[in-house]
Design a protein around this ligand. Structure first.
Ligand SMILES: C[S@@+](CC[C@H](N)C(=O)[O-])C[C@H]1O[C@@H](n2cnc3c(N)ncnc32)[C@H](O)[C@@H]1O
Length: 287
């Protein structure tokens, strides 16, 4: 797999409250070195410490500055060639890459785009993808996000993945996220746009599987509608499978009707539908 994007410099350093706390602790104890992750848990690095400072990503951080960050930082700071950038911003909505135990999630106006309780976003994405991807197939990833489901589709054997993402701010954060690096590879075709509009341009029966991981219903109701499901049935090969993430509607007070509604519309569109509680969704096979 080749990395196709030069903006992702592996010399970049990512600060979170967790690694800043570790550095602050080491500086307080007078240590000369400390081992921690500076790429959001992908690898561990040994950092050289000066008496009251540390050089990270070409920039000096003194003890007071780090201690303040250790109290206040809730997101992720990227330090590259001496420049500091918070991986969160307002652009009509508030976008934030938020650290978890392993791979970051992305929040839009405080709503997380992955499961983060009891499971981290990386494993969440593996589970969604593993329900449908088969070796050698062509996969459609309807809602690309940080690219985790597309990366997993390749790891699980898909020969080609078409991954669609409509929000340029999410695509920007994807470029900055160290866990998204494998997204930029020959097997994944990143498409910028709205799957609801683009789907009509795909040929009949060209995909072996679909990973449908939409935002919640209140944010993208059209991606849960009969018309869209009919398009999904059209572009899937007979016998092809789809995983449709639904979340746990019971926790949001919507309950059984919500799942029954999705199941009924998928069935009418030509799918055989089964619950998939372990991945909080449904699997649907084109009849
Ligand atoms: C739950 S997240 C997907 C997470 C993703 N599967 C991953 O592995 O990181 C939903 C994503 O769908 C995007 N989205 C919402 N509506 C869309 C649409 N109509 N077409 C394409 N992407 C859309 C959102 O911007 C968001 O990034």
């Amino acid at each position: 797999m080749s990395f196709a994007d030069s903006s992702m410099n592996s010399n970049s350093v990512y600060l979170t409250r967790e690694n800043v706390n570790i550095i602050v602790g080491a500086l307080s104890s007078g240590a000369k070195k400390v081992e921690t992750t500076v790429d959001c848990n992908l690898t561990k690095t040994k950092l050289e410490l000066l008496p009251d400072e540390v050089i990270l990503g070409g920039r000096s951080f003194n003890f007071a500055e780090l201690r303040e960050l250790s109290h206040k930082l809730t997101g992720i700071i990227k330090v590259e060639e001496g420049n500091i950038r918070r991986l969160e911003f307002f652009a009509g909505k508030y976008y934030k890459l938020r650290p978890t135990r392993f791979a970051p999630t992305v929040e839009i106006d405080g709503i997380s785009m992955h499961r983060t309780q009891d499971i981290d976003p990386w494993e969440d994405s593996r589970m969604k993808t593993a329900q449908v991807v088969k070796k050698g197939g062509i996969a459609l990833d309807t809602c690309g996000g940080l690219g985790y489901t597309a990366i997993w589709a390749v790891r699980l054997g898909a020969k080609e993945v078409i991954s669609v993402e409509k929000d340029e701010n999410i695509r920007k954060l994807r470029k900055d996220n160290p866990h998204s690096r494998a997204f930029f590879c020959a097997e994944i075709q990143a498409v910028e746009g709205d799957i609801y509009r683009l789907i009509s341009g795909f040929q009949n029966e060209i995909f072996d599987c679909v990973i449908h991981d939409p935002p919640r219903f209140s944010l993208a109701g059209e991606l849960y509608g009969r018309e869209f499901y009919e398009q999904l049935a059209r572009i899937l090969k007979p016998g092809g499978g789809m995983f449709h993430y639904t979340g746990n509607p019971y926790s949001k007070g919507r309950g059984r009707n919500f799942i029954q509604g999705i199941t009924a519309r998928l069935t009418e569109a030509g799918f055989l539908v089964k619950p998939c509680p372990q991945a909080l969704g449904l699997t649907a096979v084109k009849r």
